[in-house]
Structure formats: C-alpha cells, structure tokens
Design a binder for this molecule. Structure first.
Ligand code: ATP
Length: 616
C-alpha cells in the first residue's frame, strides 16, 4: 500500500480519467489527531475508506494548476450537498496533487447506462432533477462544474423500504477549471468532453452556469435514449454539431420532457433555464407523465415551458475566481500580485511543493485537511463572509504585498507562510515561470496547428478569438492555392493571440486544437501513465518527405506476407492451379482425340477407290 501524504494509504486503482487516477484508499489507523484536526467530528475516521483522485503528473507539475489547486481548495471543501461527492482533503506532496473524497460504492452513470440501457422517462427525469439540485446549489455558491457527463455522476446504492435505490452524486467539481491551465502542454487530450460541450464553449465565448444546464440537457437526452444527441467521427465534427444542429425529438420521448431538453439545449445560453428551474420542471414533468398522474399533474407537465425561466444573472465560469466573494474580478489564471501564493518558494516546482509541504511540520504533505465545517449535509455552506476557516492561505481580495505575509479577508497573518520578507515587494518569483510556461505552450500550439488545414479556432493576432463560424467562412473563402500553400507549411500558422492574462475563451480553443488527437473516452482507461517528465521542451513535428509512402509500402509487404503465410489463401491458390491444370489436360485430350479422329477419317476416305481421282 502506497502512502499519500501522512494520512492516507492507496489500496487499489478504481479507474482512470483524463485528469488522473482514482484510487480506493484508507485513512491511516495511526492518524495523529493533532496533525489532522478533530477528524472524528469532521467525519473522517482513522481506518475509514476514502477515494483519492491523484491528478496526472503533467497537471501536478504545472505551476498554474498547483496555484489553482491551492486557491480553490476552499471552494472544493465547502461544497456540501446530498447530491455532490464530498471532497474531504487536498494533498500536495512533492509532485503529487490529490483530492480525497468520500468513497462511493457504486458504478458511475456512464457504466450503468452501458450495462443496463436507457432509463424510463420518469426515472430519467427524477435522476436529472437531483443532479439539477446539485448544480443549483453549486451555482448559488458561485461554482460552475463545466464537465457534466454521466461518467461524473456516481450512483450510490441506498437501501430503502421498497428495496435498493440509486442515489446520484455529482463528482469532479472544479477539476475542469483546475486542469484548464494555459501552462499545460498536454497534446493527446483536452479538458472537457466533446459530446457535452456547450456551443459557447466550442466557440470560445464566455462561459456561465448555463454551460452546466446545457450539459444537463445532453445528459438527460442520453439517459433516455442511450446516446448523446450529437455524434460525429471526430471531436471537431461533434463540436460543430453543437453549434449548428438541433436534435430531432425521439418518437418515444414524452412531449413535456422534450420541451425541457430543447430548452436546455438552446444555442443561446441566455435562453436556457436556471438549474433551480430545471429541477422544478423535471419533477413536474415526472409527476405528469407517470401512469398514476392526475389531470392536474398532466396539465402542469404540459405547461412545463412556463417553469423553464432563465436565471436573472448567470454565474460566470472561469472569469471569476470562485474563491473570492462574488463580483470580485479574478486574476484569470496565473499569478497576480494579490494571489495567495506565499507558500510557494522561488526555486522551481520541486522546491515549491517541498516548501508547501513544509508548511505543516508535523504533517508535511497535506494541506487544508478535514477543515470543512461540519454543516448540515443538506445545506450548501455560505460562500462568503468570515475568513474561510480551512484556509492555510489568505484569500486574495484587496491584498497588496501584505498578502504575501499571509493576511487574508479577516484572517490573521499566516504563521506558516514561508516566503522570506525580502520577497514581499518585488515581483512574485513565480511570475517569470508562469510566463515561460505560457510561451512554451504557445510553441506547442503552433506545432499542433500543422494538423489542420485551417485552425477554425485560431484567433487573428490583434483581436480576441473570432467566432468559429467566421473562421470557417474565411477558410472556405480561401482560394485553393492558398489552402494548398498552407498545407505545405504546417509549422507557420499565424501566431496565436494570447493576451496577458488569459481570456476565458482560451480553454475552448485548446480543446479544439487537441480534439482530433484525443483517444476515445474509454480507451483512456487502458492507456499507460505517461513517462515522468521534468522539463517540458517545446514539441516540434519533423516531416520526412515520402515517409508516408514508405510506411504504406512496408505495411503492404508485411500484410501480404502475413496473409500468405497464415491465411488459407495459399491452399486456395494451389487448388485453383490444380483445377485449371486438370481442365487444361482435359481440353488437350479432347483436342488430341478430335485430331486423331479427323486423321482416321481422312485416311479412310483416301482408301476408298476412285475418291482421289474424282476429286482430281
Ligand atoms: N468518489 C469515488 N468513489 C468511488 N469511485 C470513484 C469515485 N470517484 C471516481 N470514481 C471512479 O473512478 C473512475 C475514474 O474517475 P474519473 O473521475 O477519473 O474518471 P472520468 O470521470 O471518466 O474522467 P475525467 O472526468 O477525468 O474525464 C470512474 O470509473 C469512477 O467511477
């Protein structure tokens, strides 16, 4: 069993996703109460089973992600709702970042659907109503999930008077935002799942809580039909479908439920209902389409459109730091002078994590553990107000250099701050590293653009990213020679505009760039862990002229050899040759016989007296 931090032991992997591997783990029996706080009263018991999501190394070694991890721990820890998998702890240990969650004993909804097929309309509506409850609570708290999909809903089995029922729990809150870092140079995958991506995300427009409602609409469609509404051969095709297509109503779908789905899938986010309205509408529909529905319930379900009202002011996603009180602009991503990053030393990531670990002398690896307030589990804790008691770092609003001394919103100076006083007034030591990470990423993007004839999501250098359709129109208007020229120069795509700090549309663009290389979702589970990488050098693509043709010939030769050796073709050809030979002999014999007979006839005729002279 592998220890994680000083409190946990990893037992066995439960599964792997795009952002990391989830392990079944256990709280150490010998957990020191002094090191962890009062674990018992906060619901974590020594020896208890937990689930730990160990983030991929490429995320854990990314400075942006590390900082977001530290900044957003409070948000993740305070999300307490009966339909949300509770995050108990966040661990930083060397180059390891991990989230400690409640262990859910049950499959995720994706697996469940694959094993059992679609749900009935009533069951689907009621299950989604609970997910909408979770979204409503998190949106009220200023947190947008951004990666809603069946794989992120876990089904806990609950014993009830009528037998077992499934209790849906939404997980992976904040992971999309954590992983959505400009410094990440991952190329084989992206954060987000094409089948569930809202049009505004695909277009690189600002995201709000409405992206979750869109994801809920897609999920509801999938729960009831077995597959998401927009399909395609590749991620780009699916993203395009989100932008331009409207799904047909499946024949078996009850009209009121279809009304709900259609409204969730509105292309214009402002026309989508709030999560609260969605939950109410789904329960109304479930009551009205059941076999025992009363006339009043049927009428209410038929009038469901009236319930699907948009929120007055949608929660922004990504443009606002959810750890801050609402309305306080975030530093987007990366470091800002007011960012609470004082645990990070100036000497590179390895030292940074080491120093972060050094914050707690007795318990070197774990940050912010078990400190979420023990509240009524049905209640979402207030987002704002007094200083977050879980915070090891101060929150960033209104902090000048003093922020580096550990002074947060109403919090005393942090005695664990490790940045020396001399560093307080100058630029943050991580600023240059973050810039370097971004520029590395830009180079990676240029390499990536070679994959496409025209990058539909690339922005012109001087303006913010143009909408996808405009880009596409421009690509179509391009003369064939120009397109040909562009094909021949994969490395020289126009420079990608990357303002400082990053704009919200950036994640979507990266997503589209990485999309074609992404392995099918389930195949990821079988992929080996990427080799450890300390340095992220810019990736360059080298093209050897004719190498494609050579490869093709080689494959052809190998395939030919294998077919010849191991298939029955060999035998068939022998058989055909033998048959043809037999025929040939037969025909030769016939010919010989005919010739002989003709000669005999001729000879006989010549024997008849006078036959030759008559003719002469
Ligand atoms: N709290 C938990 N308790 C039990 N199993 C869990 C828990 N969280 C995740 N799992 C399981 O671990 C596996 C991997 O989860 P993960 O969230 O990494 O995958 P994913 O949602 O498919 O990927 P991603 O969201 O990163 O794209 C899933 O099969 C899921 O069922």
């Amino acid at each position: 069993m592998r220890p994680v931090g000083s409190k946990y032991l990893l037992e066995e992997p439960l599964g792997r996703g795009a952002t990391g591997t989830v392990w079944r783990a256990r709280v150490r029996e010998d957990l020191d109460a002094r090191a962890s706080g009062d674990g018992h009263t906060l619901g974590v018991i020594p020896g208890a089973a937990v689930a730990i999501k160990v983030l991929k190394e490429e995320l854990a070694t990314d400075p942006d992600v590390v900082m977001r991890f530290l900044r957003e721990r409070a948000v993740l820890l305070r999300l307490v709702h009966p339909n949300v998998v509770r995050v108990r702890d966040l661990v930083v240990e060397g180059e390891l970042l991990a989230l400690v969650m409640d262990l859910v004993d049950g499959p995720d909804l994706h697996r469940y659907l694959r094993a059992n097929g679609p749900l009935s309309p009533v069951a689907g509506a009621l299950l989604m109503a609970q997910i909408a409850d979770a979204l409503a609570a998190s949106h009220a708290d200023g947190v947008v999930h951004r990666d809603l999909k069946p794989a992120n809903v876990l089904l806990a089995s609950v014993d009830g008077p009528d037998g077992g029922t499934m209790h849906p729990l939404l997980t992976d809150f904040g992971i999309a935002r954590l992983a959505d870092s400009p410094g990440i140079t991952r190329t084989a995958e992206f954060v987000g799942t094409p089948a569930y991506v809202a049009p505004e995300t695909a277009e690189g427009r600002p995201q709000t809580a409405a992206v979750d409602v869109y994801g809920a609409g897609i999920m509801l469609y999938e729960l009831l039909t077995g597959q998401p509404p927009f399909q395609g051969d590749g991620a780009l095709q699916i993203l395009q479908a989100h932008l331009s297509q409207r799904p047909e109503r499946p024949r078996t779908m009850p009209e009121p439920l279809w009304t709900v789905i259609e409204r969730c899938l509105e292309k214009d986010p402002a026309r989508r209902p709030s999560a609260v309205a969605l939950a109410t509408a789904l329960r109304t529909v479930a009551a009205g389409i059941g076999v025992h529905a009363s006339v009043a319930e049927i009428e209410a379900a038929n009038a469901v459109a009236m319930l699907l009202t948009p929120p007055p002011q949608p929660t922004p996603a990504g443009s606002e730091d959810p750890t801050l009180p609402r309305g306080v602009p975030s530093s987007a991503d990366g470091w800002s002078p007011s960012a609470p990053t004082e645990v990070l030393p100036q000497g590179g990531y390895g030292q940074a994590a080491g120093a972060a670990s050094a914050m707690n002398a007795a318990n070197a690896a774990t940050l912010a553990g078990f400190a979420a307030p023990a509240a009524d589990p049905t209640q979402v804790l207030p987002a704002h107000g007094a200083g977050d008691p879980t915070a090891l770092l101060p929150q960033s609003q209104g902090m000048g250099p003093a922020g580096h001394q550990g002074r947060g919103l109403g919090q005393p100076a942090d005695p664990t701050a490790v940045l020396p006083q001399g560093q307080l007034d100058g630029p943050h030591p991580w600023e240059s590293q973050l810039r370097a990470a971004r520029s590395r990423n830009e180079q990676t993007q240029l390499g990536q653009l070679g994959e496409f004839e025209v990058d539909p999501f690339a922005a012109p250098p001087q303006v913010a990213p143009a909408p996808y359709r405009q880009q596409q129109a421009r690509a179509q208007a391009q003369p064939p020679q120009a397109a040909q020229a562009q094909r021949g120069r994969p490395q020289v795509a126009p420079p990608v505009y990357r303002p400082e700090p990053e704009p919200a549309p950036q994640p979507a663009r990266r997503m589209a760039e990485r999309a074609p290389e992404r392995a099918p979702e389930r195949e990821r589970e079988r992929e080996p862990e990427p080799a450890p990488r300390r340095e992220r050098a810019p990736r360059r693509r080298h093209h050897i002229p004719g190498s494609g043709c050579l490869k093709f010939l080689l494959v052809l030769i190998v395939a030919g050899f294998l077919i010849w050796e191991f298939s029955p073709l060999h035998g068939w050809i022998d058989h055909i040759v033998a048959t043809v030979e037999g025929w040939w002999h037969q025909v030769s014999n016939w010919f010989q016989q005919i010739t002989n007979t003709a000669n005999k006839v001729k000879h006989t005729v010549n024997q008849i007296p006078g036959a030759g002279s008559n003719g002469g």
